[in-house]
Design a protein around this ligand. Structure first.
Ligand code: SAM
Length: 238
């Protein structure tokens, strides 16, 4: 297993391998709220949840910012008996020390982050399971390349968070194979959201059955995408 090479610049985790930032510590949380939480309507869906569980699949766990922001809303809004199943795929997990640094910068999430940190040191390739917040949150962290990990997942998503660095810098996270597996793991009304508006991503998701919409992007990004899985191919989604 290869850990990520992170350089900290002004309290911002920066990937040396991908020449890109994980998130901005100034506005990273606002971006997560805007792109991933708002455009998957997570707060409304948690509040009105009728099922006993809700499944999110994320491409790129990184330093866990999306995870922590989502779990805070889950604990505040979802029925106490329901379980959040958060599945995330990560090729280069951050080192424990980097995770601790990132989480130190986000003290509002310490309830869940301290539990995650205490279980994080035994990370291995493949599936790592974490039970957090008295079992209300189940994190399945698949460590390895998306091309080998995504095919092993069989849980249907209610929502996707596509967060694998910019497509131009990291095309492997936005391949046609990834989009096909997204279709396999989606059901009617499964949603997705992503910070990018790259044409390749829009067309790839449309080709496997997602209805895709463009929205104003966050900060300096002009546009972003979100959408819903439909029954375009009649019977693909169950
Ligand atoms: C922008 S960061 C994710 C940020 C994260 N969602 C957060 O909230 O902190 C993108 C992540 O994708 C991971 N990644 C890049 N290529 C990958 C691949 N081929 N398979 C799996 N993960 C990959 C990187 O290691 C990085 O951690």
């Amino acid at each position: 297993m290869q850990f990520s090479n992170i350089k900290w610049i002004n309290n911002q985790p920066y990937s040396i391998d991908f020449n890109d930032i994980y998130f901005s510590t100034d506005d990273g949380l606002l971006e997560t709220e805007y792109v991933f939480i708002e455009h998957n309507q997570l707060k409304q869906r948690f509040t009105s949840l009728k099922n006993t569980h809700f499944t999110i699949i994320e491409t790129g766990f990184g330093a866990g910012l999306n995870f922590l922001a989502v779990t805070a809303h889950w604990l505040a809004l979802a029925p106490v008996i329901a379980k959040l199943h958060y599945i995330s795929i990560e090729k280069y997990p951050v080192k424990l020390a980097d995770l601790q640094c990132a989480m130190h910068l986000l003290p509002q999430f310490s309830l869940v982050s301290s539990e995650l940190i205490s279980q994080y040191s035994n990370l291995k390739l493949g599936l790592n399971r974490f039970s957090l917040a008295a079992g209300r949150i189940l994190l399945n962290l698949w460590v390895g390349d998306i091309a080998t990990q995504l095919p092993q997942i069989n849980d249907k998503a209610d929502a996707w968070l596509l967060d694998g660095f910019a497509p131009a810098k990291n095309p492997e996270m936005w391949s046609t194979e990834v989009f096909s597996h997204m279709a396999r793991l989606s059901k009617i009304n499964t949603t997705f959201a992503t910070f990018t508006s790259a044409g390749k991503v829009r067309r790839g998701l449309q080709a496997v059955g997602f209805e895709v919409k463009k929205h104003a992007g966050f900060g300096k990004k002009r546009e972003m995408l979100s959408g819903v899985f439909g029954d375009v191919f009649g019977g693909l989604a169950k």
